[in-house]
Ligand binder design. Structure first.
Ligand SMILES: O=C(O)CCC(=O)C(=O)O
Length: 301
């Protein structure tokens, strides 16, 4: 089922790597959103990178964490809500460390706002980035983070821009970075009518060159949907986490439609329902599945 009926103008902001100063990171994100809206005023959806308000380091997540509520005591959440309202955009707010006040657990969470600044949904990174590649990279998010337990689908109205750019519904799935390695999230979301998967991410310079493009293209062609990956820019400070960069949008046929380099950059791309229809008519995998041979993961619970 393709619920995309209109073209959607999406911008990705490949922000410079976050500094230890949270308020500086927020101001920088705001300034780049303002720049993006000046350059691409038809933008309806803006995507930010993973952990854009805090250093990407396991021993920092709790210190930078916020409760998800639109209050000044949660400055990132409060400001994101204001940006969405002020610029009249659907904001896929990258991710920030979230503190759950009931359990005292910390999550890596993407909050999505509508164009009135209201929280539509939030995704807690479900698959934590625990890897150990000898002479490559070791990272253990689970040392300080807990994994989410929900598949996240956002179904929202888009802000109106003009008569040619869509103003109707946009249904998409959200994952965070390592989540993209698990095809089930995208498969389930697309079978539930999502036309796009959006992954705020921060791959590294070891697995990025090997897997980043392949994973985006795989999620797209598995499901004949758009896939969006938004990364921080590479840092010139070698002592901090080196993000891969290369934010991109991949088409339902698996073509990379636009891609950033390594530095700070703003991308804009139009998602077109016709591209989904064409892919699905040309290669009708959605009608050729063999649920007599294997289960349909989208109906499992
Ligand atoms: O899967 C990878 O190779 C990188 C994942 C990652 O950097 C993350 O989940 O933050």
């Amino acid at each position: 089922m393709n619920v995309l009926k209109n073209k959607v103008s999406v911008s990705l902001i490949q922000l410079a790597g976050s500094t230890p100063d949270k308020l500086h990171n927020l101001k920088h994100a705001h300034d780049l959103i303002a720049k993006c809206m000046e350059k691409y005023p038809k933008t309806q959806v803006i995507v930010l990178p993973e952990c854009y308000n805090s250093p990407y380091a396991v021993d920092k997540f709790r210190e930078y964490s916020e409760v998800v509520e639109i209050k000044e005591s949660s400055p990132s959440v409060y400001q994101m809500s204001n940006w969405a309202k002020y610029f009249k955009i659907v904001l896929v707010g990258g991710s920030i460390p979230e503190l759950d006040p009931k359990s005292n657990k910390v999550y890596n969470t993407c909050i999505v706002f509508d164009a009135n600044g209201k929280i539509l949904n939030k995704h807690r990174k479900a698959h934590l980035f625990d890897i150990d590649i000898p002479n490559g990279i070791t990272f253990q998010e689970s040392a300080t983070l807990s994994g989410g337990t929900q598949i996240t689908i956002v179904d929202t109205e888009l802000p109106k821009r003009d008569s040619t750019v869509g103003q109707k519904e946009f249904k998409f799935g959200v994952g965070i970075c390592y989540d993209m390695r698990f095809p089930e999230l995208a498969m389930i979301s697309s079978r539930k009518g999502c036309s796009c998967m959006i992954y705020p991410s921060a791959f590294n310079t070891v697995t990025g060159p090997l897997h980043w493009h392949l994973l985006a293209r795989s999620r797209s062609i598995d499901n004949e949907i758009y896939t969006i990956l938004c990364s921080p820019a590479r840092s010139s400070d070698k002592s901090v986490y080196q993000a891969y960069g290369h934010s991109l949008v991949c088409s339902p046929m698996g073509e990379i439609l636009c891609e950033a380099k390594e530095g700070e950059e703003i991308l804009n791309c139009e998602l077109d329902p016709e591209a989904i229809n064409k892919a699905r008519v040309s290669i009708p995998i959605n009608f050729q599945r063999r649920f007599d041979m294997y289960p349909d993961v989208s109906t499992n619970k």
